[in-house]
Ligand binder design. Structure first.
Ligand code: 6PG
Length: 249
């Protein structure tokens, strides 16, 4: 495989094992962090298995999770009660059941109705509540991301303007291929993170992962997620997603 410095690939047999491994990164951060840890949660469906696993843990294990501050890597142009909402998934299956205080959750509110105002409010919150990396970029301790079959991550879709944004925060990104717009963190923030964990499962992700992790170079950077270069990047893959990777190289 052609991984970059600071990048590791963990292949697990099943998607459930990926979920348990992802949860372990969050639990460790919450347990050992000396100040309030900051976390960006991923959208899509993959995180659901991690949330399901977290809900099975005992009070002693989950208690530290309530001291972390949670943001969302991206959100769709829907309200927070819509079944398509990334916020709804985390609130319903993780944050509310585990009684994370609402004051520790930065929820995009009505972003579709007033995107400019909401982007401004969330970016102020990022600047106030996160540590800063070089250049004053807000720095997350941990960012969870997924990957679409087209190589997008967060809502940084191929060919969209946000891919080139130098804004260090959220932007409202027009996604013509979906005939919608979405709220998303930009690469300056994702790449300033101390640790990014990508959870990726399923055969339908294998071809893009082969470009990124087996071939590298322009076959990597042609995909939005291939532009990730945080201090530390961990890929948590199940065997189906990793089926086109040759782990001997
Ligand atoms: C979204 C996500 C997106 C997601 C990938 C993978 O809003 O859809 O932010 O980046 O992580 O599309 O989605 P799955 O986990 O459903 O495969």
């Amino acid at each position: 495989m052609k991984t970059r410095p600071g990048e590791t690939v963990h292949v697990h047999l099943t998607s459930r094992e990926v979920a348990v491994a992802g949860a372990a990164f969050l639990l460790k951060l919450a347990r050992v962090a000396r100040s309030t840890p900051t976390v960006a949660l991923s959208g899509g469906s993959t995180p659901r298995a991690m949330y399901d696993h977290l809900r099975t843990l005992d009070e002693q294990a989950i208690q530290p999770l309530r001291r972390a501050r949670y943001f969302f890597g991206d959100e769709r142009a829907v309200d927070n009660f819509n079944s398509e909402s990334n916020v709804a998934l985390a609130m319903n299956y993780f944050l509310q059941p585990l009684k994370v205080p609402y004051s520790m959750i930065e929820v995009p509110n009505g972003v579709a109705a007033t995107p400019a105002a909401e982007v401004k409010r969330l970016n102020q919150s990022l600047r106030c509540k996160l540590a800063r990396a070089a250049g004053g970029v807000p720095r997350f301790d941990l960012v969870f991301l997924g990957m679409g079959t087209d190589g997008h991550t967060a809502s940084l879709f191929p060919g969209t303007r946000a891919l080139e944004s130098r804004a260090a925060g959220y932007v409202w990104n027009r996604v013509p291929q979906l005939k919608t717009s979405r709220l998303t963190l930009t690469f300056p923030v994702l790449n300033a993170a101390k640790l990014v964990v990508v959870m990726c499962t399923g055969e339908n992700k294998a071809t893009v992962l082969e470009d990124i992790l087996q071939h590298g170079g322009t076959r990597r950077t042609r995909h939005p997620i291939g532009r990730l270069r945080p201090t530390r990047l961990v890929w948590l893959l199940d065997s189906a997603a990793a089926s086109r990777l040759d782990d001997s190289t």
